[in-house]
Design a protein around this ligand. Structure first.
Ligand code: DC
Length: 228
């Protein structure tokens, strides 16, 4: 059965989370940031001093974490074991290790279960890497949002500078990290980053954020005109 959901997949720094949030606000849907969930698992493992190469230990850490996405005053927050970890998961150590953690089957199974649960409650905009291909294959609208790799690195660099993250990294370092993660996310064995056959490709390299949002809302209206 088709689901009242918009799946937005694509590589790091394509603007998925900003766009997904705005589209969710506009449609009064819930925004689900699945990358944040894998980051939470990574934080849990790092805090437990688990070696990220130790699949069994990382999986046990992820399975024991109580992860919840909560919207507070319109802000999407993530809690783990009762603690607001929305900022902690954006640190460079989590970012450097998340591709290792999210490749484990047990970790992915635990997160996908939660993700599908969120989608049962009504309209959602969910962003990630495998939403259209695996998590919500019945989503009414699937978008694959991409942009030129250097442009994505540049955007991430500006965002990090603004937030005071990774201040020891140059712009070239950030671009290299974005490219490294794309490579790991696209070549991993389980549910790699891939455009679903029925996903609409949007290249945001020379589009503004409002332009991308308008394009997605227009696609949604088109798709749902005769279904909902
Ligand atoms: O979107 P992000 O940078 O916060 O995602 C963090 C990592 O999680 C990224 O390296 C890819 C991974 N991820 C995934 O494997 N599957 C998803 N659905 C979402 C993110």
């Amino acid at each position: 059965m088709l689901q009242k959901a918009i799946a937005i997949d694509g590589p790091s720094g394509a603007g998925k989370s900003t766009i997904a949030r705005l589209v969710a606000d506009e449609l009064n849907f819930r925004y689900i940031d699945t990358g944040a969930m894998y980051r939470a698992c990574t934080l849990k493992a790092l805090r437990a001093n688990v070696d990220v190469e130790d699949e069994a230990a990382v999986t046990a850490a992820a399975e024991s974490a109580d992860i919840r996405l909560i919207a507070e005053n319109g802000l999407p927050l993530i809690f783990m074991d009762g603690e607001n970890i929305s900022e902690a998961i954006r640190g460079t150590e989590v970012t450097a290790n998340v591709s290792a953690v999210c490749r484990y089957r047990g970790v992915r199974e635990a997160m996908v279960l939660l993700q599908r649960g969120y989608a049962e409650d009504g309209g959602v905009v969910m962003d990630g890497r495998d939403i259209g291909t695996y998590v919500l294959p019945e989503a009414l609208l699937k978008v694959f949002l991409t942009a030129d790799a250097r442009e994505r690195g540049h955007r991430r660099f500006l965002e990090w500078r603004e937030k005071g993250i990774g201040l020891d990294m140059t712009e070239e370092d950030v671009i290299a990290d974005v490219i490294r993660r794309d490579e790991l996310d696209s070549t991993r064995e389980l549910n790699p980053l891939r455009r679903a056959d029925d996903a609409v490709l949007l290249d945001s390299t020379s589009m503004t954020i409002p332009e991308v949002c308008r394009a997605i809302i227009a696609l949604w209206k088109e798709k749902t005109a005769d279904v909902l």
